[in-house]
Design a protein around this ligand. Sequence first.
Ligand SMILES: O=C(O)CCC(=O)C(=O)O
Ligand SMILES: [Fe+2]
Length: 264
Amino acid sequence: MKHEATPDQIAKYRQDGFVILDGFLDALELEHWRTTTEEAVRVRLEETPYLHNQGNPDDYYSQVFTQALKLREVHEGMRQIMDDPRLGKLAADLSGADGIRIWHDQALFKPPFGNATAWHLDNPFWSFSSRDAISMWVALDDATLENGCLYYLPGTHLKARFEPTPIGANQRDLFKQYPEWTEIPSVATPCKAGSAVFHNGLVAHGAGANMTNRPRRAMTCAYMPDGATFNGVRNVLPEAYYDSLAVGDILSDDQVLPLVYRAT
Ligand SMILES: O=C(O)CCC(=O)C(=O)O
Ligand SMILES: [Fe+2]
């Protein structure tokens, strides 16, 4: 695993809000991530409907991707992959946070001929508001212009606000809140299987439709900087923990939000 970011990559991440790490996993690691992710998704789909989006298959969103959350909680192999402190340190180095907790992992499998992922921001969906939230998106298949690779609007993380931005079927909806962003040329990030794209939780991003007859699989993890506080949104917080929180409390439950790295 190429788990060290270069100073150039860190600078690019901070400026653009995203960076591609080519060849992040070697061939053996890629095969292991693929097998583990496939198995863990299968387990998740048999369990808690709240943590996956495979409801009515005719819904637009079910055809964007199979979205299966918190796989490390149902699969030991995925727990080992996600709890790797090298991943936490990489996320910390890129984001500038001193400590990194897992917000949630999630598999995102865009099906053959699947819908586009509309332009959106991630952090406004989550239970903390931070300019330093970061996500890792690892391609399990080559991500191409044809099958729905990610696209970004560079620099938008520096201007984005925390207000809710729903993700729907319309690519253009985000621009109702940020009309000035229509001036920014989008950047596609096609990459080989085993590469990783890291992005800031406030950078505008989306993905094209899958125009091919093969799935476009990705395994991802969203990270929360240690010390972030509760903003009142439930999102994926377990009910009992959510009920115990007041707005402004530090989110520090090590079971729900494992600390994968802290600078010493
Ligand atoms: O995989 C996709 O199509 C979208 C990914 C995404 O929005 C994310 O990782 O935050
Ligand atoms: Fe996203």
